[in-house]
Design a protein around this ligand. Structure first.
Ligand code: SAH
Ligand code: SF4
Ligand code: F3S
Length: 492
């Protein structure tokens, strides 16, 4: 884990070292000088604005970007009127890309007002060659572009971008490197994501992630545990272990290990009260994992288990490597071991060739499982994936109609599931003061249900026993009945 180093003491006289992370500390020191010079020119502290699109893994990456920007002397701004603006992009669906193109138009105008502004783009969308072509051709005001594999080199690339006028564009096709011990600025003081692996080897036929995030690489368990111990020492009560497919964690390590084993070790870290993880691919979910979860006092009673489709035929076309029956059997096994577990999922509507019968199979699984919550997506064609070339792309009006029916069913079931908790007393980790009503705070139960309750800033980051007074569909209004000073058990 990164421990504050005094960048002013890093010697810049001998050139950058080759090995990491020392090389990046060198460039952080260089950036620090450049930022100081800028401060002299502007007569105020330079600012940065970082915007994240996409998943939790991108959110964690952005904390690393912010960590470096803060260490080199930038102050965080809360709008794009900043001296350095970075977008950490996502490309999982077309609308994620569209958002970035839209915002770039706005940034172009902002840069006209602040000509010294530097604009940077990174993340998954930058791994697509067409995106880079388009940027080079039509977006000359972007100063720095890098991808997912070389994010650890951010300080080095930033240093170059601060020195030169021409754009710095550096995209790698792949990496097997994992660089530890770079600065991180966490968004929340009391909870944190922790990467346990990077990349994905599954190649679901609709999905672009394996192409933009590269092959699966697991971090060493000792590095993960060290990071979690440091987080606990820093006041973090809840960790979310992150990976595209956490259930295959450790298979390629030497010596190999398993996700279940890692969880056993995380459980032993003192000071951590709640452990979450995502995402679990159903094909790799082991009995050992169910056993570890069942016996755990800290692992939250929540499993995100993406279904994608309920039709065995479509699942085969999606290359998911389980069928409807196997998914339902897995759910039954999990529920037998942990009757109180909350199950959530991801579902895609309108995969190429999806018929009304296929869609009804999805509705059937949704009803049989009774998900506590589900993210529903309209299929988005991603260039370069096998599904993009498949016959039978479903017409938009048909997809929209199915999507509407699915959403209604998912919401009806979720409300029913949540409603059953009304009147219960549950531990709630308070996460923030409510954005709409400052007399309320908002927190989460172990099973991930959201609860609003009367409170104040001082309650943030603590776990309270809350009576769930009223259910409003997906969330609750509650009232504190007690404060838990001992570590609280996730969702029990
Ligand atoms: N690794 C995770 C998912 C990462 S992407 C897993 O396998 O579960 C998050 C979700 O986006 C996926 O579960 C899927 O439902 C959705 N998704 C991915 N590609 C998509 C596409 N081309 N169109 C629509 N939804 C997509
Ligand atoms: Fe995409 Fe499938 Fe990998 Fe998830 S498991 S990231 S859906 S390829
Ligand atoms: Fe998007 Fe990349 Fe995550 S494509 S969903 S930000 S892994």
């Amino acid at each position: 884990m990164y421990h504050e180093i005094d960048l002013d003491k890093v010697s810049l006289s001998q050139g950058p070292p080759q090995e990491e992370p020392g090389r990046q500390y060198y460039f952080m020191a260089e950036c620090r000088q450049a930022v100081k010079e800028l401060e002299g020119k502007l007569g105020r502290r330079p600012t940065f604005f970082a915007q994240t699109f996409g998943c939790q893994m991108n959110a964690r990456d952005s904390e690393k970007l912010s960590g470096i920007l803060t260490s080199v002397g930038y102050a965080r701004a809360d709008s794009e009127e900043a001296d350095f603006v970075i977008y950490n992009t996502c490309t999982v669906r077309e609308n994620a890309n569209n958002k970035v193109w839209g915002r770039l138009g706005y940034l172009n105008a902002a840069k006209k007002r602040l000509p010294h502004m530097k604009i940077a783009l990174c993340g998954c969308m930058m791994q697509e060659p067409e995106v880079i072509e388009k940027l080079k051709k039509s977006y000359p005001f972007v100063s720095l572009v890098f991808g997912t594999h070389n994010i650890y080199k951010f300080a080095e690339l930033l240093s170059l971008a601060l020195k030169q006028e021409e754009a710095v564009i550096d995209i790698w096709q792949e990496t097997d490197k994992i660089v530890e011990d770079l600065p991180i600025e966490r968004k929340y003081p009391f909870k944190s994501g922790v990467n346990i692996m990077f990349g994905c080897n599954n190649f679901c036929s609709y999905c672009i992630v394996p192409y933009v995030r590269g092959r699966e690489r697991s971090r060493r368990p000792e590095d993960i545990i060290r990071e979690i111990q440091d987080l606990a020492g820093d006041g973090v009560a809840e960790v979310m272990l992150l990976g595209q497919n956490v259930n295959s964690y450790g298979k390629n390590l030497d010596p190999p290990t398993t996700f279940a084993d890692l969880l056993r070790e995380v459980e032993r870290v003192e000071g951590i009260s709640r452990i979450r993880f995502m995402t679990s691919h159903p094909k790799d979910l082991s009995d050992e994992l169910i056993e570890v979860m069942g016996a755990s006092k800290k692992i939250c009673r929540h499993l995100h288990l993406p279904l994608q489709s309920g039709s065995s035929r479509i699942l085969k076309e999606m290359n998911r490597r389980y069928d409807k029956g196997q998914y339902l059997a897995l759910v039954a096994k999990i529920r037998r071991a942990m009757p109180d577990i909350a199950l959530t999922t991801d579902i895609i509507v309108g995969f190429p060739g999806e018929t009304e019968e296929d869609f009804l199979e999805t509705m059937d699984v949704v009803r049989k499982v009774g998900f506590e919550s589900a993210f529903t997506f309209i299929y988005s064609k991603r260039t370069g994936t096998p599904a993009a070339a498949m016959e039978g792309q479903v017409p938009e009006d048909v997809v929209k109609e199915r999507f509407g029916r699915l959403l209604e069913e998912v919401q009806r079931i979720a409300a029913e599931k949540a409603g059953a908790f009304t009147g219960r007393i549950e531990p709630v980790l308070v996460e923030e003061v409510n954005g709409q009503d400052p007399r309320l705070v908002t927190g989460r139960m172990g099973n991930n249900f959201v609860v609003h309750l009367p409170g104040n800033e001082g309650m943030v980051g603590k776990i309270f026993e809350v009576e769930l007074k009223e259910c409003r569909g997906f969330y609750f209004y509650g009232e504190v009945v007690g404060f838990s000073c001992i570590p609280i058990l996730g969702g029990n």
